[in-house]
Design a protein around this ligand. Structure first.
Ligand SMILES: Cc1cc2nc3c(=O)[nH]c(=O)nc-3n(C[C@H](O)[C@H](O)[C@H](O)COP(=O)(O)O)c2cc1C
Length: 220
């Protein structure tokens, strides 16, 4: 599976089987986590075989079931890490999808008290991502019309269309899709549009989808 297929086939999955993640897959995911931490100056780690992170009333309320593994998005205290956690977290999500695993971002519906205990001193927790073999592959989210997301109308370069379509497939908190895309001085630009929860993390996720599909770096 290539990254475009992973972008198309990824949907949030909240119910998991008890199948363990194989050592080889853990090694491959770790290599990506190490790259993300080095590049993004973050402290992301994966917790395996530990159901406590999603063992809470909130997690059941969010309809999570059998979550035994999760990616913990964390970074240095005193820095705004939300967008970086979105960007690098989604890079790990798509790698997991290519390995035949499923995921679901969780900002709220997990056991924050338990996960907080795992965070090293000097670091802060951003959010987590459930990881494992899904009971199903999830379903495609409803999407806003693409032209509603564009800063300017008119013909789009081919690379921009590819990036924009991939951006529309990105997960966003409560599927809010609060962002706008455009081209400035020949380079892609993506901005938060309007107010919402976790829009900075969403922005990082969306930028990663756009870049992976278009091959173009989104301006800061
Ligand atoms: C930043 C962020 C936070 C999220 N938090 C939660 C959460 O707390 N609980 C939950 O069940 N889903 C959560 N989600 C999953 C979204 O509801 C889901 O991505 C969205 O509905 C789009 O569906 P899709 O991922 O299947 O494309 C979150 C997603 C993102 C990107």
């Amino acid at each position: 599976m290539d990254i475009i297929q992973a972008i198309q086939e990824r949907h949030s999955v909240r119910a998991y089987t008890t199948q363990k993640i194989e050592e080889e897959k853990r090694r491959q995911l770790q290599a990506v986590v190490d790259e993300c931490n080095a590049e993004g100056d973050l402290n992301i780690f994966i917790r395996y075989d530990d159901p406590e992170g999603f063992d809470s009333r909130m997690a059941h309320y969010g309809s999570f079931r059998n979550v035994a593994n999760y990616i913990v998005l964390a970074g240095p205290e005193g820095r705004d890490i939300e967008e970086a956690c979105g960007y690098y977290g989604e890079r790990i999500v798509l790698e997991a999808q290519m390995l035949g695993l499923n995921t679901c971002w969780a900002a709220l519906t997990f056991n924050k008290k338990m996960v907080q205990k795992l965070i090293p001193e000097g670091c802060k927790l951003c959010m987590v991502i459930a990881l494992g073999y899904g009971e199903n592959q999830g379903t495609a989210h409803k999407s806003k019309p693409l032209d509603q997301m564009l800063v300017s109308k008119g013909t789009m370069p081919d690379w921009f269309r590819k990036g924009a379509e991939a951006a529309m497939l990105a997960p966003t908190a409560v599927n809010q899709q609060r962002f706008q895309m455009g081209v400035k001085d020949g380079e892609p630009v993506i901005r938060i549009a309007g107010r919402g929860f976790y829009t900075k993390t969403d922005l990082g996720i969306v930028k990663y989808h756009f870049e992976a599909a278009s091959g173009r770096k989104v301006a800061e």
